[in-house]
Design a protein around this ligand. Structure first.
Ligand code: NAD
Ligand code: AKB
Length: 318
């Protein structure tokens, strides 16, 4: 294995929901020129494209990833390119190809270029047989293809760590709520769409039942957790390092709608479940993040009330 090629950071899937916020946070930390945003698509005017280097990069192109890392002096890669659950279940083959194949490409490049890798997992690793408050060690028997790809992603990250010494880390993100970029086609998208609809139309048709309760987090907290994990010393991280449950929020779709109604007079929400209800029903209501909390000391700042305030403020001022 060659030495780490440099101090720069490469982000795949940088135009997506998380990438949009993560690129900004990384550029504030490391400087604009040190953080290379990449995605399979171009988007003129997008902050990840305008604010610093941007490259078109397909994550299935292992040689392309290695070439960029060697030529540009990259030492760390945040691998965000993936298909989310709703989009993934519509095309399971493509979901497997991108989510599993893309992760293998990134890990292969990391092996060759000695990169540190952040590769996110998801609460979708859990299936209907996990406890409704899912512990770190609960069984991973997802019933979605997306969830299967996330279990496989954790297994691959563990394998490259064990066999090749690649420094791999990851978090099982819950549904993430943010306003800077739209969500990319997941089951938890309702928890973002509802804010835009409330402000624009005063009404939202929610695609899960009112009592549907899922683990959730405001994006600023997810970014902070990600950077805290990546800053943590290697020897503080245990077996869960490729897919930590983290402490997060848990609220129902109705509780979210009510919190918005309290702030927007006349807002109404109807609940018309579609196929995404099945995916939501297969996931836990909440997760136990105590292992992460003890190994790298992190807890969220935003609760439901402050998250709703921040979303309404952010959308209104953008
Ligand atoms: P997103 O769908 O918003 O963005 C993904 C990006 O990947 C898109 O910009 C897309 O153009 C790009 N992409 C797709 N195929 C590609 C390819 N072959 N090569 C390069 N880029 C490609 O997703 P996100 O919400 O930003 O999620 C990022 C990661 O976090 C994913 O692994 C996802 O599973 C995980 N995650 C997200 C959430 C959430 O609520 N957002 C929750 C749990 C886990
Ligand atoms: C999705 O709903 O697909 C994502 C996730 C929880 O992984 N937001």
């Amino acid at each position: 294995m060659s030495d780490a090629t440099g101090d720069k950071v490469l982000v795949t899937g940088a135009l997506g929901q998380i990438g949009t916020d993560l690129i900004q946070a990384l550029r504030e930390r490391h400087g604009n020129e040190s953080v290379i945003a990449s995605d399979i698509r171009e988007s003129a005017g997008h902050p990840s494209v305008e604010g610093g280097p941007f490259m078109i990069l397909d994550v299935l192109d292992t040689d392309g990833i290695s070439r960029i890392c060697q030529n540009e002096g990259v030492g760390t890669i945040y691998h965000l390119a993936a298909l989310l659950s709703a989009v993934g279940e519509r095309d399971p083959d493509l979901c497997r190809r991108i989510n599993v194949g893309g992760t293998i490409s990134v890990l292969e490049a990391a092996k060759v270029c000695n990169l540190k890798v952040y590769s996110p997992s998801s609460i979708a690793v859990f299936g209907p047989d996990s406890p409704k408050h899912a512990t770190q060690g609960a069984a991973l028997n997802p019933t979605t293809v997306y969830g299967e790809t996330k279990v496989m992603g954790e297994a691959l990250a563990r394998e490259y760590l064990g066999r090749f010494g690649v420094d791999t880390r990851g978090i099982r993100y819950p549904g993430l709520i943010s306003y800077k970029a739209p969500p990319g086609g997941g089951t938890t998208d309702y928890a973002v769409e509802i804010f835009h609809a409330a402000l624009k139309e005063g009404h939202y048709e929610c695609f899960v039942r009112p009592e549907t309760r899922l683990p959730m987090l405001y994006m600023d907290d997810a970014i902070d957790a990600t950077l805290t994990l990546m800053d943590s010393s290697d020897d503080s991280l245990g077996d869960s390092r490729v897919g930590y449950n983290i402490p997060c929020l848990s609220f129902s779709a109705e509780e979210l709608a009510n919190a918005i109604s309290e702030r927007i007079e006349g807002f109404t929400c109807v609940f018309v479940p579609d196929v995404r209800q099945e995916y939501a029903d297969s996931w836990p209501d909440s997760i136990d993040g105590s292992v992460a909390e003890s190994e790298w000391i992190w807890s969220p700042d935003f609760d439901l009330s402050s998250l709703v305030d921040e979303m309404l403020r952010g959308i209104s001022s953008s």
